[in-house]
Design a protein around this ligand. Sequence first.
Ligand code: HPA
Length: 284
Amino acid sequence: MDYNWKVMYKLSDFQAAAEMIRGRTNFRPKIGLVLGSGLSSLADTIPNPDIIDYADIPNWPRSTVEGHSGRLVVGELEGQSVLIMQGRVHTYEGYSAHDVTFPIRVMKLLGIETVILTNAAGGLNPAFHVGDLMLITDHINWVGMAGLNPLKGENDANFGVRFPDMTFAYDRDLQKLARKVAREEGVDLREGVYTWLSGPNFETPAEIRMLYRLGSDAVGMSTVPSVVVARHAGMRVLGISTITNVAPHHPSPDHETTHDEVIETGKIVVPKLITLLRGILRQF
Ligand code: HPA
C-alpha cells in the first residue's frame, strides 16, 4: 500500500490484471456487478461459474472485513454474461481511493460497459426502514471533496478526461429500468442520494442530522469512488443501496449501530435484491 497520491497505477498494472482474468474465463461480460457487505450470495446462484480469487490477480486489492469475501465470479445470470465482485475494499482499511477503484478500470479494459454497484447503507431519511432497497439517484462525494478523490493526480487519458461531468452519474435509462422491474416484481424501491464517508466509525447523531439536512438520504463507506472512476471511463452506472440500519438523528440509550446488524440485515434483504437484480438483467 502506498499513501502517496503521486504514486498511481500505470496502464500496464490494469492490463496485467485484465489479461490474467481474460486467461481464466471464456466469458466476455459487458456487465460488472459489485456486491457489498453481506450481499454476496447472489453470486452463489450462478451455475458453473469461473471463480478467480482476488489474491491471484496482479495488483488487485484484497478485503480484510468480515462479510466481504474476496473473489471474482464470472458466468451467466438471466442470459447475461456478468463479472461479479464478491466483496470490495474500502478506504477505512488503509487503501487509497486509487486502490479501491482499481477493479473498475480493469473492468473497463475487459470490455465492461455497465457497472451495477450495491452496498449496505444507513438510512438518514426518516421515511426509510431497515430492509428497504434504495435506488441511488445521485451522490455526495464527501471524501472526494475532502481531497481523497480517486481521480486525484495526473489524469490517465487512456480512461477519460481530466474534468469529467457528474450530472448524470447514475444512468437515467438504468434507473427507469430498475423502477419498472421493481413495479413488476412487487419490490418496494425507495430512491435517494447516497453520501460516501470514509468510516470506519458509524456517524454521530449530529453528523446524521447534518447529512440529512444537506440532502442525503443514505450514508455508507463505499460505491461513490467506483462511480466516479466508472463515469470517468464512460461506463454506465446503476447503484442500489440496502438500508441495513436506520441512522439515529438523536441519541438514544438503547440504540447502537453495529457491523453485525449491518451484515444480518443484509442477509434478510438479499432475496429482494436478488429479485430486483435478476429482473434488471433479464430485461437488459
Ligand atoms: N453508516 C455508514 N455506513 C454504513 C452504515 C451507516 O449507518 N450502515 C451500513 N454502512
